[in-house]
Design a protein around this ligand. Structure first.
Ligand code: URA
Length: 193
């Protein structure tokens, strides 16, 4: 049932973005947890799977602390294509943050995914999915990480657990300990949920 609904949604996303290389959500549609990133990178586009590149390594750590297998999660992104710009240094394509308009264009699909999966816990990675889910531009991951908040999506209340984006942990080593502490808090929260 959920499987069919996700399949239908995915078909729609692909059809409506024929000119883009789309990376769809992946994992168990029956999962009680949905993990939402920002947007796929080059490796993800190549593999057509979310979180397989450098950020995927942190995902493994995430799964290890939570004692979970990747298959037990549903993993997706706020924006389902790779936003790029040309590097002035190398002349090659590099990642950039998705624009407000791009986020707005893809938000409906994300909310549809949540409505279909109806997870017990929504885990957002970084500011982009956090602000998209809460609808509040003023929300900041630096203030909201590591504690559960409640959010209404399509007339249903969900528990949202914001975490730093793994890329932030890669660039800011001092966040590593905070990130691991947050994961432990999430594990406890999940056991109670
Ligand atoms: N970062 C994200 O936010 N999503 C991915 O799929 C990969 C890296």
């Amino acid at each position: 049932m959920k499987e069919n609904e996700i399949e239908k949604l995915n078909k729609k996303i692909i059809e409506e973005h024929e000119d883009q290389e789309i990376v769809l959500g992946n994992g168990s549609v029956d999962s009680s947890m949905i993990l939402i990133g920002e947007a796929p990178g080059a490796k993800e586009v190549e593999a057509k799977l979310p979180f397989v590149g450098q950020a995927g390594k942190y995902l493994e750590e995430f799964l290890h602390v939570l004692e979970l297998d990747r298959k037990e999660l549903y993993i997706t992104n706020t924006v389902k294509f790779r936003p790029t710009k040309i590097s002035s240094k190398t002349g090659g394509k590099i990642n950039r943050a998705p624009s407000k308009k791009e986020i707005e264009n893809f938000k409906g699909y994300l909310f549809d995914e949540i409505e279909i999966i109806q997870p017990q816990v929504i885990i957002t990675l970084g500011n982009v999915p956090l602000k998209t889910i809460t609808g509040n531009e003023k929300d900041k991951i630096g203030e909201l990480h590591g504690k559960a908040i409640k959010v209404n999506i399509k007339d249903r209340e969900y528990k949202v657990f914001p975490l730093y984006h793994p890329a932030a942990v890669i660039y800011r080593r001092e966040l590593k300990e905070v990130y691991i502490e947050d994961l432990k808090k999430l594990k406890k929260f999940k056991e109670k949920a």
